[in-house]
Design a binder for this molecule. Sequence first.
Ligand code: C5P
Length: 280
Amino acid sequence: MLTLFSPAKINLFLRIVNRRPDGFHNLGSLFQAIDLGDRITFQSHHEDVFTCTDDSLPVDGKNLILKALHLFRRKTGTFIPVKIHLEKCIPIEAGLGGGSSNAATTLWAMNQLTDKIVSAEQLGEWGVEIGSDIPFFLSLGTAFCTGRGENVQNLPPLTATSVCIVKPKGGLSTPQVFKKLSLPVSYLSKNYDDLTAFFAGSIGHFNDLEKPAFEINPDLYILKQRLLSDGFHTVLLSGSGSSFFCLGQGQIPTDPNLSVYSAKFINRNLNDWYEIPKNI
Ligand code: C5P
């Protein structure tokens, strides 16, 4: 049996470059894996079985775990029936990449169970067919991603940083947030070199998806201001929301309408998957 950690991610910055004719958006984003995550077990079995601790998630072919399993079989021509169990901790519709992470973890697991027949890069190239964030989750944990998310540049781990993740009750649908951007196909943001500027300290954390997310749910803007006034120096929507990551020594919210998680940045070694954190 293989038990793997399936981490969440945050976007330390996220620029939307343009809208593509296929409806997706090119972006430039610095992704970071964190130790908030799910646990997934994989076991050879006489037939496929998939179970999950969160009954709001589909357990049929709509679940990204099963999509990843079928993708792996299709691409490799292998077929090992498996029993998969997902212990869900990453909040859904939160911009934390939970579904993509589960799919990436499944691709990694199936590759292990079939004696590592392909590279992580190859798994990422296949994965983007079912989710834009999947190639990131096959990186080493800190990566600059461009295109739809399929071009992954691994970066050295950042100095250990703690983040507070704050998730309000309602989620946000990623397609809806991108749609709200309503960029013409001809739109092109200026040619910023965000990565260099970010590490030179000349720009801070930003997310071009905050504006459309706040238009869809103005309460999110109010929550951001509240968290800033509680002492965090940075409060930024992760991906398409609805969760925020907060940096600095702020007061941890105790509001029962908010789910709050303390997390750390994590990375993995080239040939290993992410370690299971001791606290889960
Ligand atoms: O690939 P993923 O399932 O995360 O995308 C969900 C939706 O978000 C897409 O169907 C698309 O509407 C939007 N999206 C986008 N550009 C991206 C990623 C997602 O427009 N780079």
